[in-house]
Every structure is written in C-alpha cells, then in structure tokens.
Design a binder for this molecule. Structure first.
Ligand SMILES: Cc1ncc(COP(=O)(O)O)c(C=O)c1O
Length: 391
C-alpha cells in the first residue's frame, strides 16, 4: 500500500520517540520523571463527575447526538458574555467540537484550498501544522522570538506572503513558549487580517491559566474580531476534562456555518453525557477555575525556584501549563540535550526544535508533576553533572 502524499506530511511526532525512550529506560529499571506531555491532571469537580455519570446511566443518552444541545451552545455563549463581555448568537456563532485538537486539525478544511498559504507561529502547537497539512496548505512560519517576548511580530511577514495568505493562526497563552499577548497584539492582528483579507484562528485553550493576577482575554473581545475570525476554546485544562473531549469554535457566523456543514459530514456530535457535563462545568461555582489556575501557578513557581537553585535559571512565565526553558550552557542542540537529560538524570522534557526551527535551543516542560517530583527532578539534574558543561 502506498500512503497518500498528505500522510507523508504528517509525522508520528516527537512524543512517540520520547515515549519509546521512556519505556526503554523503565525496562532497564530506571525511574523517569515525565515533564513531557501536557496532560491536565487536575480532575473535574464532583458536580461535573456526577452530571456525566448520571447521564451515562440513562440509556436514552446513547443515541447519536447529531447536533449540539441548545443548552450547551447557550451556556457557551453565556460563558463568553460573563467572562469576556463577548456577545455571541448561540445558534449561529457557537459550535461544539471534540476538543480544540480535533477542531484545529479540521478547521482549515472549510476555508483552505490545496496550495493556499497559511501563516503559523514558529514554534507551533503541532495540531496547527497537522491541520494545514491535512488541508494541503502551504505553510509560512512566523517566528516567535525571545526578543519579542515569544509573540509573533506581524511586521516580519513579507508583503507577498501577506497578500497570498488565507489564514493566520495565533494562540496565547502559548504552547510551547508560555507567552501571553496583550491588547496591542490583538488589535494589530485584526488590522493585519482586514488589510490583507486573511482569516484568523485564535486558539485560546489556556484562557484561564494566566498567573500573577494577569487575566487573559478573548480574541473575540476586540473590535472587528468577529468580522475576520473565530476563537477556539476548550474545557480540557480549565475544568480538567481533557479525556471527555469538549471544546468550542466561536465567532464569525459565515465560517461557523461552513464548519458546521463540514462537521455534519464527518461526525454525529458529542456524546450526550459529555455535553451535559460541559453545561454543568460552565455553570457551576467557578471557584474551581481559580483553584486550578493557582495549582498550575504553584507548580510553575516550584519549577522556577528548584531549577534556578541548581543553576538552570528559567524565565518566569505568565500563563499556560508549560515553562519554556533555554537549554543550559554548552547544550545548543535541544534534541541531543533532551536525550542526555533523560539518560543521565531520568527527567523527560520536550526538545524545543520539535515545535519548529525557532524552538531550537529551548526545551518545554509541562507543569504536570507535583512539587515533590519537581524538586526531585532538580536534584537529579544537579547530581547528573549535565549543567557543568562549559561553552
Ligand atoms: C495550544 C493548544 N491547543 C489545543 C490543545 C488541545 O486541547 P483539547 O484537549 O481541547 O483538544 C492543546 C493541548 O495540549 C494545546 O496546547
């Protein structure tokens, strides 16, 4: 069998390489502290668990959902109204998805023709690249550099690229760089999109994970945003519901209608108990959101303190569930460094280069370990001598 050209653009990804390495070391009897995969591990509230399990016991909830429950779309619209002062029509401007990963890997299909150009951040969350590849798009990578606070600089986009581009993807708080964008970025993004007739996908999967009193907004809260784009959000991190697979695409009605048509051809909707659990998540006492955010912030503080104390300083990040660390002195190649780190110290991180060329020289660590494991990871790194390399 010959796989399609499209498949050749989809790589198995660094995570399976890292998992193989981890399993090989565990087989040799070694212990590995895994900071690689960003699986949220703060569970949903009892109210959500009860709603999902009660609905799951009702045989009537095993039919094809076909459509989103009215209640679900209304609740999502209310959430955006309360949280971001964004007014959305639940019927025409809200669409549920099986998480934002599924949404973003199919989001290009309704709007991109084979060969169309899309602008993606570099480094990028891999689903953006996969989505563009599935739609046979050509990709222009716009760097997120340290000197710009790891935010894309739109003035770097060459004129001919801007004229040709069909879609631009932005996502803050960012994975992997953990950067957070301010109002100026979003205003510039909307002006840029309008000037060149480019459609915006804003992935806001970490909307509630912003630290030190910083509150992240919504792309849709800026003037003109809905004219030129949509936002994706997710209940995975905010409500600890990653495995339940529920997220939203919201904003531009014309795009939502096209995406809805696409989705009605590819699936029969979200499992009804999950839809009901999502309604409860969004309408319950929202204190749990703050608690989740504080838990990630405490892990961030712990990792920065513990690694700083052993001579690996990491810049304080403002959001998401990651830290983006520069490789220590003498370790310019992030893949080689990550491999050496897991072999010598038993600490697994993701090489920055696997998110794009601009990610070279960095590694990403997910805030998934509890403080005791983070401190143990730091101790092991210190003992391994890997930080002693010079030049
Ligand atoms: C930037 C970003 N977008 C989307 C996702 C996917 O989230 P979901 O669980 O909603 O599919 C992730 C998951 O790590 C992410 O980092």
């Amino acid at each position: 069998m010959e796989t399609s050209q499209r498949m050749r653009r989809l790589e198995k990804g660094v995570f399976s390489v890292l998992l193989d390495k981890k399993n090989e070391l565990i087989k040799q009897g070694k212990s590995v502290i895994d900071l690689s995969v960003g699986t949220p591990n703060i569970p949903p509230t009892k109210a959500v668990l009860d709603a999902i399990s009660e609905a799951a016991r009702d045989p009537k909830n095993y039919i094809y959902a076909i459509k989103d429950l009215d209640d679900l779309r209304q609740t999502a619209a209310d959430w955006y109204k309360d949280r971001y002062q964004v007014v959305l029509n639940p019927e025409t401007e809200v669409l549920a998805a099986f998480g934002t990963q599924e949404a973003l890997t199919s989001a290009f299909m309704p709007i991109v023709n084979p060969g169309d150009l899309v602008i993606l951040p570099d480094p990028a969350y891999p689903a953006f690249i996969a989505g563009a590849a599935i739609a046979d798009a050509e990709i222009y990578f716009l760097p997120q550099r340290e000197e710009n606070g790891y935010i894309m600089d739109l003035s770097e986009v060459p004129e001919e690229v801007a004229r040709r581009a069909k879609v631009i993807v932005a996502s803050y708080p960012n994975n992997p760089t953990a950067s957070v964008a301010g109002p100026e970025f979003y205003q510039e993004l909307i002006a840029f999109a309008k000037k060149y007739d480019i459609f915006v996908f804003h992935d806001n999967a970490y909307s509630e994970l912003a630290f030190d009193g910083v509150t992240c907004g919504s792309y849709l809260s800026y003037d003109g945003a809905k004219d030129v784009g949509v936002e994706f959000n997710s209940l995975s991190k905010t409500y600890g519901m990653a495995g339940a697979r529920v997220g939203f695409c919201m904003g531009n009605a014309e795009y939502i209608a096209a995406f809805d048509t696409f989705k009605t051809n590819t699936n029969f909707g979200l499992f009804l108990p999950v839809q009901k659990g999502a309604v409860v998540a969004l309408t319950q006492d929202q204190a749990c959101v703050k608690e989740t955010c504080m838990a990630y912030q405490a892990r961030r503080d712990c990792i920065i303190d513990a690694f700083g104390a052993i001579g690996w300083p990491i810049k304080k990040t403002q959001g998401s569930m990651f830290v983006w660390a520069k490789c220590p002195q003498g370790h310019a190649d992030s893949f080689a460094f990550a491999m050496e780190l897991v072999e010598k110290a038993g600490v697994l991180v993701v090489p920055g280069v696997s998110f794009g060329a601009t990610g070279e020289g960095h590694v990403r660590m997910a805030l998934v370990a509890d403080p005791a494991d983070i401190r143990l990871a730091a101790e092991r790194i210190k003992q391994s001598g890997i930080l002693d390399k010079k030049g």
